[in-house]
Design a protein around this ligand. Structure first.
Ligand code: C2E
Ligand code: CA
Ligand code: CA
Ligand code: CA
Length: 279
């Protein structure tokens, strides 16, 4: 019957996902993937609202598993965090992003900034600042082109340590932004203590813009607050023209989302840049 089929499917799914998690938890899969270079960075354009020019990109990791196919970061980042493999993996991401910036610079492309997501455990790693400094030295890129995306929860877990770390990054010239803004528990009082340059409004507030009046109010207020604190605002997950025109009205400086482009492989992103960048 239909119910049985449905049940059967659920059981199958559960077994599959248990097996999959067990497989990953062993760490063997991830460890091997790092050694064998099964990861790739995709790039999603950041667009300036004013003239819709591409001014940067966010690097988003992808895992091409030889048997399981493409695995989304939401699936393996938490497991990499638990096993500690996030440290080598996270370092790979920063290095790969900086190497790519260097390649684009050598190709003579108009400079764009590249942002990289950090995970909680990676941010708490005591030698993170040294790791980033070493990668900047190695790749010899302008530190201003590198932006680190941090979440509220990672900033709030050790506020004193966080402030010191953020200042170290600022001295190096690296940009800092708060990702998924509005979904965590950051105190507004700390926002002004953290030397950050940008807030990224989470997609969950953008989704129903123009439909849900409360989201409109939250987004508007966030942008106004950011402006008065001299922070740039970026909206994530912009999918349609209605959202875009509201965000432009509210004076949100930059946007990211499927309306402009999905995250793309490096090759596709270079083609996109040729077509759409300001040069
Ligand atoms: P995030 O940092 O909030 O990244 C935005 C996510 O939203 C990306 O998913 C992106 O593909 C997706 N997205 C962008 N525009 C739209 C849109 O218009 N509509 C919809 N529905 N989705 C959109 P992705 O690439 O699957 O990444 C998921 C999360 O995984 C990221 O969320 C980030 O927290 C994490 N992540 C990705 N790459 C890395 C990495 O290199 N290191 C760490 N630590 N985390 C990463
Ligand atoms: Ca992000
Ligand atoms: Ca995030
Ligand atoms: Ca988000």
């Amino acid at each position: 019957s239909k119910a049985n089929a449905h049940n059967g499917y659920r059981v199958y799914e559960e077994v599959m996902s248990e097996g999959f998690n067990a497989y990953l938890t062993l760490g063997g899969g991830l460890r091997k993937a790092i050694e064998e270079g099964q990861f790739e960075l995709y790039y999603q354009p950041k667009v300036r609202s004013l003239d819709e020019q591409t001014v940067g990109a966010e690097a988003l990791i992808r895992w091409h598993h030889p048997e399981w196919g493409m695995i989304a970061p939401d699936k393996f980042i938490p497991i990499a965090e638990e096993s500690g493999l996030i440290l080598p993996l996270g370092e790979w991401v920063i290095r790969r992003a900086c190497q790519q910036l260097k390649i684009w610079q050598e190709q003579g492309l108009a400079p764009i900034s590249l942002s990289v997501n950090l995970s909680g455990r990676q941010f708490l790693q005591p030698n993170l600042v040294d790791v980033v400094q070493q990668i900047l030295d190695e790749t010899d890129i302008n530190p201003k082109l590198l932006e680190l995306e941090l979440t509220e929860s990672m900033l709030m877990s050790d506020v004193h340590g966080t402030i010191k770390k953020l200042h170290d990054f600022r001295e190096m010239g690296v940009s800092l932004s708060i990702d998924d803004f509005g979904t965590g528990y950051s105190s507004l009082a700390y926002l002004k203590k953290f030397p950050i340059q940008a807030l990224k409004i989470d997609r969950s507030f953008i989704q129903d813009l123009g439909i849900d009046g409360e989201d409109d109010a939250i987004v508007k207020a966030t942008i106004a607050m950011a402006q008065s604190l001299n922070l740039k605002v970026i909206a994530e997950g912009v999918e349609n023209r209605q959202q875009m025109s509201l965000l432009t009205d509210y004076q949100c400086q930059e946007v990211q989302g499927y309306l402009f482009a999905k995250p793309m492989s490096c090759t596709d992103f270079e083609v996109y840049l040729e077509k759409f960048s300001n040069s």
